[in-house]
Design a protein around this ligand. Structure first.
Ligand SMILES: N[C@@H](CCC(=O)N[C@@H](CS)C(=O)NCC(=O)O)C(=O)O
Length: 216
């Protein structure tokens, strides 16, 4: 059976969980926490920086959430095509996946990391720069959404977008200037695979470094 190393509050773990849930793929969930030092030990050497998620499939060990989803798409996806075979459709999807990781998730994480580093005295210049980048990305996504209607189907795009927008909106709320993006975030959170991740993460909300908002 597949094994996934991750944590229910981890945005990048959600990316993979959404793909697994969408395809009803059975897996052994190996939560990386203080109660399971052997899981932390495993991921420490799986990739260069010991980050999760990590997927183990027999002798195959795959890290990087996007690569895991590509792997699942090639070998285990039964119900939903996560990454299409057609090269130009796949390329467009991979480009959007990069947008969500690099310009939403990782930029949101800059703000979170500032609060982890020193919650009483976060670097305001770094935070302002990250917020400006998030606003610019929200504006770009608002334009892109004109051509990408909300779908009930899960692809690499939904896997990447749902956790990124879930947490980014907590850090830097999506303004009313971006109604399509607001609507799409709500649509994504209502998808059964994503709603399941939201519920599984709920007990960990008190640990959110900026304080979790009383919604979602
Ligand atoms: N690019 C990686 C990012 C993974 C990542 O940043 N994971 C976080 C959890 S969401 C992590 O491992 N944090 C713990 C650490 O950095 O030691 C991916 O797509 O899997």
């Amino acid at each position: 059976m597949l094994a996934l190393y991750g944590h229910p509050f981890s945005s990048y773990t959600w990316k993979v969980l959404i793909a697994l849930y969408a395809n009803d793929i059975e897996f052994d969930y190996r939560v990386v926490d203080d109660a399971h030092p052997e899981h932390a030990q495993f991921i420490a050497t799986a990739g260069p920086l010991g980050k999760f998620p990590v997927l183990q499939d027999g002798e195959n060990v795959i890290f990087e959430s996007t690569s895991i989803i590509e792997y699942l798409s090639q070998r285990h996806a039964r119900n939903q095509v996560l990454v299409p075979d057609e090269p130009s459709a796949a390329l467009g999807m991979r480009m959007l996946d990069r947008v969500f990781d690099n310009y939403v998730m990782n930029v949101m994480q800059i703000v979170v990391n500032e609060y982890i580093r020193d919650g009483a005295n976060p670097d305001q210049a770094r935070i302002a720069e990250a917020r400006e980048q998030l606003t610019r990305t929200y504006a770009w996504l608002e334009g892109w959404l004109e051509y990408y209607p909300p779908m009930d189907h899960i692809t690499l795009i939904e896997c990447a977008a749902a956790p990124a927008l879930f947490y980014a909106d907590w850090v830097h709320p999506i303004a009313d200037d971006f109604p399509r993006l607001q609507h799409w975030r709500a649509h994504l959170l209502a998808l059964p695979e994503v709603a399941r991740c939201v519920e599984e993460a709920r007990p960990f909300r008190p640990y959110f470094p900026l304080g979790a908002p009383d919604r979602d």
